[in-house]
Design a protein around this ligand. Structure first.
Ligand SMILES: [Zn+2]
Length: 220
């Protein structure tokens, strides 16, 4: 039985690089793979861009209305017809932008089609709240693995702070991908709280317990 994998990390943790490496490893051994990404990512249209400079075209784009299972089946048959070889793995970049139903489809592909599905994505948005696709992946994946990156202070980064020019901003839409002035910086929890003045989730969720944020005295 094949499995569904979720490899998550903050921005700039090398997710696209890791995915392209995984594709290379399969293909080096003569195995066919399919690479997909959700349509909402506008960074490179069909392209998968690695910050190390590698790039590659996705085999298919999944729009919010796409039947991911049906598209996969059709492309798998096409690969078999053209090459005589079966698809050994489905790789998916920017998985946070999938719908929850599409994540369920990925699980069905692994279980019913017996093809491993390896997804790469960001766990939470700039307000520290899970993307719907990532939340579903955390719920149903067989294997969850963190790809690590480092905060400006040297700790492990776990959050993605949004910046407008040089200022951190904590309000706005969930998706604003690399717009004209918007950028992201991976931060550890302590640095995020320092910049947000102790606020997590931007007030989107109300907790019953009040708290007061005291900056870490050891933090410089
Ligand atoms: Zn930090």
């Amino acid at each position: 039985m094949a499995k569904l994998y979720f490899r998550y990390g903050a921005m700039n943790s090398g997710k696209s690089t890791a995915m392209l490496q995984a594709a290379f490893n399969y293909e080096e051994r003569g195995h066919a793979v399919l690479i997909a990404k959700p349509a909402v990512d506008t960074k490179g249209d069909m392209g998968i861009l690695s910050r190390l400079g590698f790039s590659r075209k996705a085999d298919f784009i999944i729009s919010p209305e796409s039947d991911a299972y049906a598209v996969f089946q059709r492309l798998r048959e096409e690969v078999i017809r053209k090459t005589g070889a079966d698809v050994k793995c489905l790789l998916l970049d920017e998985a946070q932008f999938l719908t929850e139903a599409q994540v369920d489809d990925l699980l069905r592909i692994a279980l019913l089609e017996d093809v491993p599905v390896i997804t790469y994505g960001i766990r939470t948005d700039f307000q520290t709240v899970a993307f719907p696709g990532s939340r579903r992946l955390l719920e149903v994946s067989h294997s969850i693995e963190e790809l690590k990156t480092i905060c400006r202070c040297g700790r492990k980064a776990i959050f993605n702070a949004r910046k407008l020019q040089d200022r951190y901003i904590f309000s706005g839409e969930q998706v604003a991908i690399d717009g004209v002035a918007v950028t992201y910086e991976s931060l550890c929890g302590t640095c995020y709280l320092t910049e947000s003045n102790g606020v997590l989730n931007a007030g989107r969720r109300q907790w019953p317990v009040a708290y007061t944020f005291e900056p870490d005295p050891d933090f410089t």
